[in-house]
Structure formats: C-alpha cells, structure tokens
Design a protein around this ligand. Structure first.
Ligand SMILES: [Zn+2]
Length: 188
C-alpha cells in the first residue's frame, strides 16, 4: 500500500517548490483513534484555469476588437475601425480605468510597430502589383500603389500598432480575470 503521508508531503514539497502547479483547495484532518489523517484536496492549476478561461473573451479576439488588455471589456478607441468620425484613442479604459499611455511618450514605441506593418504592406502591395501587371518600366505605378496603400491602411496601422504594443509588448498590462468579472458586474 502507498504511504499516504509520504504522498501528501511529497505533493506539498512539490507545490511549495513550484515544481508542480497544484492548487491546494482544502485540507481535512480526520481523527481515527489516536491517529490523524490529513486529506489534501488539490487540483492541477492548468485544468482549473482552462475551465474558467472558457468564459473569458480570448486574447486575440479582444485585441482584434480593440478592447482594453487588462479587463477585455472596455473599448480602447472612441469609434470602430471603419468609422469616419473619431479614430481617437481613449485616455483611460472606461471600465477598469487603466491608463493606456502608461508613461508620457509611450506611444512613440507604437511607431516602430507601425513601421514594421507599413514595410510588410508595401512589400506585399508592390509584389502584388508586379504579379498582376508584370510592369517593370513605370516607377510611377509603384509609387502610386505605395502611397495609396499607406493612406488607406493608415487608420488600421494607427490602431493595431497600439493594440500590439499594449497587448504583447507591455507585460504590466496583462489580462486580469478579476477586472473582467468586476467590469461585467458593473455593466450588469
Ligand atoms: Zn479595462
């Protein structure tokens, strides 16, 4: 028979040294005659997380919709991507009050992200133009395509460079399920 005490203390040791992501949910002490039996109820962290994550909006979807990275509920921008009126970004999240520009000038970093987007788009547009027209004589064609693509995709680049920056390059802005819950409660 397995020595129960040894198993429990081993699990505890693993848990304390973080080698096994276990959450100890309950510890019962049962007295059997003069002996005390300790029952440790635990669950694997991963399993538990997955279950509750099902109720949260996914990271990718929230980013795509321009939701706040911390609560995934509040909108980061005033209007939708294709709106002609306001493309402005909100200063703080309307749900969890996260200040999006975490320090003055932080969005300059988004310009580098935007730069990567623009280069990728220009290369794609120019290669696409060549494949479609086989034109290598007119530099004007490529110039017009490049300028056109840059102008048309500017709102996209503005928005998504900031989203990429806040979602994947700012570790402090990690998703907090508590905030999601609180925001959903607030919205009723
Ligand atoms: Zn928020």
């Amino acid at each position: 028979m397995v020595n129960f005490y040894k198993v429990v203390s081993y699990l505890r040791l693993l848990h304390e040294t973080d080698k096994l992501p276990l959450i100890i949910t309950d510890i019962y002490r049962i007295f059997v005659g003069k002996r005390i039996i300790e029952v440790v109820v635990f669950m694997k962290e991963g399993l538990n997380m997955e279950k509750s994550e099902l109720n949260w909006p996914s990271e990718f979807q929230s980013a795509l919709k321009g939701k706040c990275p911390r609560c995934r509920t509040g909108d980061m921008f005033e209007g939708p991507l294709l709106s002609l009126s306001s493309k402005k970004m909100k200063r703080v999240c309307p749900c969890c009050d996260l200040k999006f520009e975490k320090e003055p000038g932080y969005f300059y970093v988004a310009m580098y992200v935007s730069y990567v987007f623009v280069v990728a788009q220009l290369v794609t547009a120019c290669v696409g133009t060549y494949i479609l027209t086989k034109n290598l004589d007119s530099p004007w064609l490529y110039l017009i395509v490049a300028v056109g693509v840059t102008i048309i995709l500017a709102p996209f680049n503005y928005r998504y460079s900031r989203i990429v920056l806040l979602y994947w390059m700012t570790p402090q802005f990690k998703f907090k399920p508590e905030w999601y819950k609180r925001c959903m409660e607030r919205l009723g």
